[in-house]
Each structure stands twice: as C-alpha cells, then as structure tokens.
Design a protein around this ligand. Structure first.
Ligand SMILES: NC(=O)c1ccc[n+]([C@@H]2O[C@H](COP(=O)([O-])OP(=O)(O)OC[C@H]3O[C@@H](n4cnc5c(N)ncnc54)[C@H](OP(=O)(O)O)[C@@H]3O)[C@@H](O)[C@H]2O)c1
Length: 399
C-alpha cells in the first residue's frame, strides 16, 4: 500500500491524470507481462513498469503500485454498481475492502475484507486504516459524505465520489458538459434536500476535503444486469415479448444511459491512472434516438414486434409521465431540452468506453429472464400490457 501520494496538483474540476500513458488494454497487457516476467524469474521489467511517460507527472512509485494492485475501499459495494466494480477490480489484481451495514447481499464476495458500520453515524471500523483509493457509491447527503471525507482525506490518495446527472437541474445549457450549472437556481441551498441537489452539496464536501484531488463521476441512468430499477430492462423485456409496442414521444428523442460494466471499468481505469476531475459518464458514445434504441434492441430478438410512437402530451393527459410510467428518457423541451444530450467527451478522453447496445440489451434480458424464472417477479416500471393496449387504441381513434 502507498503511504504517500505524488503531489502534482490538478485543476479543481478539469481532468488530470498521473500515471503512464497506457490504454486500459495496455494495463492488462503490461500487468500480464510483469506477472509473466516474474513467473519466469527473468527480472525484466514490463514496459511502463518503472519509468512514467514523459511529462505525465507520474512517479515511478505510482506506476509500480498500479502493477502491484491497489488497495481499494468501497463505501457500499453490495447493491447494483458495487458488485460490478468489485468483480472488475479483483479481476485486475486489486485488493478490495467493503464498508457497509452488513444488511444487503451479505453472501457476496466471501473472499474480500468486510467492515461493518453506518455512514450516517458510525465510521469507527475505518479509523486508523489507509487505502490507495476509496470509491464512495453510497453517499447521498452532504452530512454522510462530509463524515467520510473528513475521516478519509488523510487516509487515501484518491476518493471517487459517485454523483449523478441529476446534479444538473436545468438542462437548457447549449453544451451540457461538466461546467453546466448545477443545483436548483430557484431554491435557497437550505432547501436542497431532494436527490440531485443533495448530491450537489455532497460533491462540494468532496471538493472541500480533497481539493485538486477531487474525483467525481456523474452517471445518467445506470443499466444492465442487476439493475433493480428496471428503467432500461423494461425495453428488452417488452420488445422480446413482441406485438405492437407503445413508444413514448418522438422517434428522434435523444436517449442516454450507461452500462454498469462500462461504468465499473471506467472507475478502475481512473484509479489505476490516478486521474482527478469531474466526469459525465454518459453513453452511448454517439447520439442515440429513441427509434435507434428500440430498433437496436429489436435486433436481439426474433419475436415479431412493431412500434407505435405516441405523443408525450397525449400520454401526460392520461397520467402517464416520463421517468415514472414511461421509462427512461424525457421529452427534449422546456428545462429538459438537452437532458438527453449530456456531453461525455471529457470522460471519453479519460478512457470511458461503451459496450454495444446489443450486448447491454441481450445480457440484461438474459439476467431478467433468469430472475423471472425464480418466480413471482414483476417489472418495477413501464406500462402494463392492458393499459398499453388501451392507450394505443385511444391514440389510433384520435388520428
Ligand atoms: N441507479 C442509477 O441509475 C444511478 C444513476 C446515477 C447515479 N447513481 C448513484 O449510484 C449510487 C448507488 O449505487 P449502488 O447502490 O449500486 O452502490 P453499491 O456500491 O452497490 O452500494 C450499495 C450498498 O451501500 C450500503 N449502504 C447503504 N446505506 C448505507 C449506510 N448508511 N451506511 C453504510 N452502508 C450503506 C448498502 O449495504 P447495506 O444495506 O449492507 O448497508 C448497499 O448494498 C448512488 O450514489 C446513486 O446516486 C445511480
């Protein structure tokens, strides 16, 4: 484990990377080469294992430690994102400690260290310890995050805070990059208690504690196997069931999401490279319309299916609202004008990559079918079939 960090200061919100100029694949290859060299007793250093790339600011220590594997603490780790991060980190040769209340999915990861506490008021299990990096997935309020930041700011080199796209409450900026306004301008901060605004204040606690070492990731809807919200899962399931399928809004409505595996890989990539900054981790890599989404998903099934686009206002008049009954995009107008056009170019430059939609859709569907086979399961969101048929019938009469 590292006992001190390299001291290059990064800009507060802009990205900075200390570490060798390796790609993610390069790291695996080099780790493999290093392991191979060690196994052969050649003593030969793998490329990149000693000297940092010129001008990268990386210390030899950080490169060597990356190849030894990092000691990573995850605040959370047993919900949706956490297990994917743990699996990927372990596969990359890192060592994991989990901190949670010991209530959820306690059967997971018997091989990793588990510390029990409550981030609302009991962090004693973390006292006197040190990690190379911390991933904070379970911080929702400034109070929670303030407690963990205060305790850990001197106990870790990096603190990756999982924030959210919901920090942007006004999506009308022409460019929705990381510098777009955050927090509700029409409310005093004392009333920033809803999910997105509370995350803004939590981000601030991270910045106050970690300064130039701040690392914040802002995902949109996170999708894939294990997603308990079903907002994306609804679509592969509905399309695989076949028949005439209601799709809300317009064919051109923009849709964004991130596969949880892409997010997990990005997290570990950021830690391996000691990257700092604030990142929108929003996929896919190129604009995707709702028509491309549903036709893309159709490509993974042979069930006969057709699509009928139904006007947002018609649906709203019947009590069917975006993000509630109608997952998981917004009509691109009013304060949600550019909700589906968040700019991820900074994250892409820092190494965020995206699985193809077909892979996300197929593997999410397979995961859903296997949980369904366990019995007694119904989707948590999306139109029920009877209501969908009724809405479609009414929509056609009016046309
Ligand atoms: N899902 C999305 O679409 C989406 C989109 C954007 C951002 N996000 C962000 O993603 C994060 C959620 O990720 P996740 O739940 O999948 O993370 P995770 O790493 O899987 O962690 C979840 C675990 O945190 C533990 N936990 C909850 N409250 C705790 C507390 N008071 N003290 C200690 N441990 C606690 C729970 O275990 P115990 O019950 O055992 O304590 C839970 O299993 C949030 O920060 C959320 O804002 C999600």
């Amino acid at each position: 484990m590292k006992t001190e960090r390299s001291t290059t200061e990064a800009s507060k919100t802009g990205p900075s990377t200390r570490g060798p100029s390796t790609t993610r694949r390069g790291f695996i290859g080099q780790a493999g080469l290093a392991a191979g060299a060690a196994a052969l007793g050649s003593g030969a250093a793998a490329p990149g294992s000693v000297a940092a790339a010129p001008g990268s600011g990386a210390s030899a220590r950080s490169v060597a430690n990356s190849q030894e594997g990092l000691d990573i603490l995850i605040l959370g780790g047993t919900g949706f994102i956490g297990p994917h991060v743990v699996r990927h980190a372990l596969a990359r040769g890192h060592r994991i400690t989990l901190f949670n209340r010991g209530r959820t999915n306690t059967h997971l990861f018997p091989e990793v260290e588990k510390l029990v506490g409550d981030r609302n008021d009991d962090l004693t299990a973390l006292e006197g310890r040190r990690w190379d990096a911390v991933i904070d997935n379970s911080g929702y309020t400034p109070a929670q995050v303030g407690l963990s930041v205060n305790l850990l700011e001197g106990a870790t080199d990096q603190y990756l805070f999982t924030s959210t796209r919901a920090v942007y409450t006004d999506f009308t900026a022409a460019v929705m990059d990381e510098d777009a306004p955050i927090g509700p301008a029409d409310l005093p901060e004392s009333e920033w208690t809803a999910y997105g605004p509370a995350k803004v204040l939590a981000e601030r606690r991270v910045e106050e504690g970690f300064g130039a070492r701040t690392l914040i990731v802002r995902p949109p809807v996170i999708v894939g196997p294990g997603d308990r919200s079903d907002r994306f899962t609804y679509w592969p399931v509905r399309i695989d069931d076949g028949g005439e399928t209601l799709v809300q809004g317009e064919r051109a409505d923009p849709v964004q999401f991130i596969d949880v595996r892409d997010l997990a890989e990005f997290y570990i990539h950021l830690l391996e490279r000691q990257t700092t900054g604030i990142f929108n981790s929003v996929g896919p890599g190129a604009p995707l319309s709702s028509a491309e989404l549903v036709y893309g998903i159709r490509a993974i099934t042979s069930t006969p299916v057709s699509f009928a686009w139904v006007d947002w206002d018609f649906l709203a008049e019947r009590g069917q609202l975006p993000q509630r009954e109608l997952p998981f995009w917004q009509p691109p107008r009013g304060r949600y004008l550019n909700y589906g056009r968040i700019d991820s170019s900074r994250a892409i430059a820092a190494g965020l990559t995206f699985r193809p939609l077909a892979v996300t859709a197929r593997e999410t569907l397979e995961w859903h079918r296997s949980r369904e086979a366990g019995g007694g399961f119904s989707l948590r969101t999306g139109l029920d079939r009877e209501l969908e048929a009724r809405l479609l019938a009414e929509w056609k009469v009016g046309r």
